[in-house]
Design a protein around this ligand. Sequence first.
Ligand code: MN
Length: 425
Amino acid sequence: MIKANNPSLKSWIPVPANSDFPIQNIPFGIVKPKGKAPRPATRVGDTVIDLSILSDNGFFDELEIDNYGVFYAPVLNDFIALGKPITNAVRQRLSDLFNTDNQELQTNKEVRKLALLSVDDVEMMMPVEVGDYTDFYSSIEHATNIGTMIRDPENALAPNWKHLPVGYHGRASSIVVSGTNIHRPKGQMKPAAANEPVFGPSRLFDFELEMAFITGKQTDLGESVSTENAEEYIFGLALFNDLSARDIQTWEYAPLGPFLGKNFGSVVSPWIVTIEALERFRVAGPVQKPKVLPYLQYNGKRNFNIQLEVLIQPEGGEETSVCNSNYKYLYWNIDQHLAHQTVNGCNINVGDMYASGTISGPTPDSYGSMMELSWRGTKPIQLNDGSERKFMNDNDTIIMRGHSEKEGVRIGFGEVVTKVLPATE
Ligand code: MN
């Protein structure tokens, strides 16, 4: 077992009940304290720990890191690029420092005062600079639902779907951190009754409940990563809200796939939870029939049991939970994603993001988009204030949360929050 994952560990830093961030998590993110530059940090309970201050005071000296500049950088890319032997050692060192039995930081009042900050006193920043972004389509429930609505219920899945993880290359520039609000996009769409397209604000503004993994190791052009070695290349995971304009998407997508209906904003949660921290939550994925080609075959438990929730909060109103799903439903797992992405020799870089595609479950309350929840607008969802939604209204806030829980340990991702702003003039 990874020592930092031990369920019996306790921290001297307070951890509220049901916190996503016990001492067993130790995620990595970028925080901006008031009046200071962005810097790497971790989180325990509601306390953020500034890694630059710990580095200043020699707390990482024994790790013999080549480049201590990584603890002062405005993104985690160079830290992640140090490689798992180092980043896992940093996670372990932090676990030791936060442990009730360890006095080094606990009794050092001066450093504690500088390094420990309330989450309320920092701004969360983009954790990585995203070079490339891929969005997969790996929930069989989602693909079946969408195929039933827009293709043909008899042939909901395209012929390739069970043979390869379908995906497309998305836009990295518009991936933003939780708390960034997104304007309703404008674009071309063709209403069903019209003969010609029209231009205007999207009427079918949707979310997609997804998770993304972040790569931590680059490959050279021509190189492929096997499913067996894939996790060496995966640093960690985050929640991902892939905002979508269904009307723009429907009109534009043939024949080259998603474009402007998808690239006006995708929102990621600020803390990257390492794949090591998720170790105890591994579960077997769905049985894949027909058998997949050898380069996509894998051994062991490669899915993760992560409970996911989507909530909608109207302006000034309360949150309504509209979806409860689970990451474990994914038909294609992340190791298969990376093996498929690289099988042709496509190179990958540190800080790339690979999103899962909408994570829908088997029941209508587990569908991960409004397109499915309202069944293309035919079954409106009722919110707690009595109002109805087919898709998102202006000034609605979309909240996604996710966590795993087992044997009294809860490892969570916090949340990804974004508000729908009206279209620009
Ligand atoms: Mn998507």
